[in-house]
Design a binder for this molecule. Structure first.
Ligand code: UDP
Length: 311
């Protein structure tokens, strides 16, 4: 099979490419505009005969004869997607249009990387797929949240109008190797701050919660979703239901590293969701999937990874 991974040099895309190239019968086309993706994430894959890197922005159309498309392209860290909000919206909306046209043309299956952000500052807890969300359409997170919501709509409209084979997953907070240390998200920030002995920066009072999935678990769920029967379109939540306050995560990272860093509080960014935890019943029923790696074990692995990068 010919498999396209957009955003293939990013955190999730590169972990997915590393998994997919292991099947030597498949050819992996890794597409990235390198806005937040990094060549070092795919350096180990570049000399594989079944791996091709193409520098391209999915905002522009592309023609590639493919059987499967994983659409992972979009900056996902709040500072990164807020740096150029207009381009973030274009990436989600024009990007998915271009990918859906490709899927339609070649009768390929498209798997869309959607997000727990479609639930916004959720009023239902934990979040189930049938919850419609509580999203500010005009705030600083809207370019990402509303872009991803519009992308889901386009997936289901192509499916209803043209019979395009689509699959939508909603990804909750994920961490692991290959996330840029300067990405700006909470675990990469805390681990790198604690390793350097710098202050650990908790935003707001730190009582907001998130649930963190180790990347290998997430990739397993994604691959299972792609392999599921055509009628399984989703949306399906993928994430680890173990919930932490940000204060607890700061303490845990500090303790696991044995760091002398101070925990300090900075202002809470606007529209920061207060509580987030996935209900993963659907993923279990449809895919037989649930996370296997406990958070403390995932943290050990990611601490090792960032420690090696510093050396
Ligand atoms: N956060 C924090 N310190 C940081 C980075 C993030 O306290 O250095 C908080 C952030 O305000 C949010 C949570 O951690 O409440 C998760 O933030 P992240 O950017 O990782 O993901 P998202 O907000 O998209 O879930």
């Amino acid at each position: 099979m010919n498999i396209l991974v957009t955003g293939g040099a990013g955190f999730l895309g590169s972990n997915l490419c590393a998994r997919l190239v292991k099947n030597s019968q498949d050819h992996i086309y890794c597409l990235d505009n390198l806005q937040t993706g990094r060549m070092e994430n795919i350096a180990e894959l570049m000399d594989r005969p079944n791996f091709t890197f193409i520098r391209h922005d999915i905002v522009e159309p592309i023609d590639l004869e493919v059987d499967q498309i994983y659409n992972a392209a979009c900056p996902a860290s709040p500072p990164a997607y807020q740096a150029d909000p207009v381009h973030t919206m274009k990436t989600s909306v024009l990007g998915i249009l271009n990918m859906l046209e490709l899927a339609k043309k070649y009768d390929a299956t498209l798997l869309q990387f959607s997000t727990s952000e479609v639930y916004g500052d959720a009023l239902q807890h934990p979040q189930r797929e049938d919850y419609w969300g509580n999203v500010n359409p005009d705030g600083i997170r809207s370019c990402y949240d509303e872009g991803k919501r519009a992308a889901e709509t386009l997936c289901f409209d192509y499916h209803r109008m043209y019979g395009t084979k689509i699959k939508v997953i909603r990804i909750f907070n994920t961490f692991g190797p290959k996330m840029n240390p300067a990405d700006g998200r909470v675990i990469s920030n805390f681990v790198n701050q604690a390793l350097r002995g710098e202050d650990i920066t908790v935003y707001g009072d730190g009582n907001q919660t998130r649930s963190f999935c180790y990347v290998d678990d997430l990739i397993e769920g994604i691959v299972r979703m792609m392999a599921s029967p055509d009628e399984v379109t989703g949306p399906v939540n993928l994430g680890n239901p173990e919930e932490f306050t940000i204060n607890e995560m700061a303490e845990q990272v500090k303790a696991q590293i044995g760091s002398a860093s101070k925990i300090v509080h900075l202002p809470l960014p606007k529209d920061d969701p207060k509580q987030r935890r996935p209900d993963i019943t659907r993923a279990w029923e449809l895919l037989g999937w649930k996370p296997q790696v406990p958070v403390h074990e995932g943290l050990t692995r990611v601490i090792e990874y960032y420690h090696r990068l510093m050396a």
